[in-house]
Design a binder for this molecule. Structure first.
Ligand code: ZN
Length: 297
């Protein structure tokens, strides 16, 4: 793929929009508030248009859930979401038509998983799991250079969980499942229980051990499913000092020596910094099978 590539990290509060190339350079960037779909996407198109008209591809790493079924007439649209105005919004179509080039779209977490597997903490590994633990929990898996997909993208944050013995009273706050992984270990669940973020709690607060335990159970579950060579833990909650070390220690107990990888080696922080979102969008355009021409509309 030669030429310049339009890059969009479509988030719930902002779109980060950039221009990149296949050598991983980000040539320009801006941020646009996420308001209503028509307004936000028009501003994105305007900015990209002002940077030039010679794009060879558009990469979009978006909040979800997304329709990614190639046979679906709403491929590249947001599926039903609690986010006001965005249910059913077409993201891929207007961008592909305005810029006149093929589009690769996937979830932000899948983009990050792919970028980390190509250039970050999973580089050189044939199997990589990326989990982001922040306001929600999401996961993407890359095996032999390809994202794992079923009829749609994974929703790894919603796996069902065993209950920490010291955490019996909290119902969990996932609106769909209550006490799934996201409902027990994402940032809002921490605030709901203890009134502060994990990094704000004292280092000896029981919350640190409880959250580490849940993440370790999840890591052991994903090890059982496909034994990734690396489990990359990113997101705002993972920035808590000492948390990844606690997760490794709990994962060692949870796996009881059964899996091939040592948690010290397998469970790692991300290797890419603040550009992960845009690099995820770029990675999607560089891997076979993701680029599609959108229908003229
Ligand atoms: Zn859930």
């Amino acid at each position: 793929m030669a030429g310049r590539i339009a890059l969009i990290e479509a988030g719930g509060t902002k779109f980060v929009v950039g221009v990149g190339d296949a050598s991983r350079q980000i040539l320009a960037r801006t941020r646009i508030d996420t308001t209503r779909p028509g307004e936000t996407i028009a501003a994105t198109i305007d900015w990209l248009g002002a940077q030039g008209d010679d794009y060879s591809a558009v990469g979009i790493a978006s909040f979800g859930p997304l329709d990614l079924d190639p046979a679906s007439p709403s491929w590249g649209h947001i599926r039903r979401t609690v986010k006001p105005h965005w249910s059913g919004a077409d993201i891929a179509g207007p961008l592909g038509r305005a810029l006149g080039c093929p589009v690769a779209i996937n979830t932000d977490v899948n983009g990050a998983a792919l970028a980390e597997s190509m250039w970050g903490a999973g580089a050189g590994m044939e199997s990589v799991l990326y989990l982001t633990v922040g306001t929600g929990i999401g996961g993407g898996a890359v095996v032999d250079g390809r994202l794992i997909h079923g009829v749609s993208h994974p929703e790894m944050g919603h796996i069902r969980m065993p209950r920490h013995p010291g955490d019996p009273g909290f119902a969990g706050n996932c609106p769909f499942h209550g006490d799934c992984l996201e409902g027990l270990a994402a940032g809002p669940s921490i605030k709901a229980r203890w009134g502060a973020s994990l990094s704000e709690l004292p280092a000896d607060h029981a919350g640190h051990g409880i959250i580490a335990w849940y993440l370790a159970q999840a890591a052991a579950t994903f090890q059982a499913i496909f034994e990734p060579a690396r489990i990359i833990l990113g997101g705002g909650v993972m920035a808590t000092p000492g948390l990844i070390e606690r997760v490794r220690a709990e994962a060692r107990t949870a796996s009881n020596g059964y899996f091939s990888g040592d948690p010290e080696m397998v469970i790692v922080p991300p290797g890419l910094g603040d550009d992960t979102g845009l690099l995820g969008a770029l990675a999607l355009t560089l891997v076979d099978g993701h680029l599609r021409r959108v229908a003229s509309g």
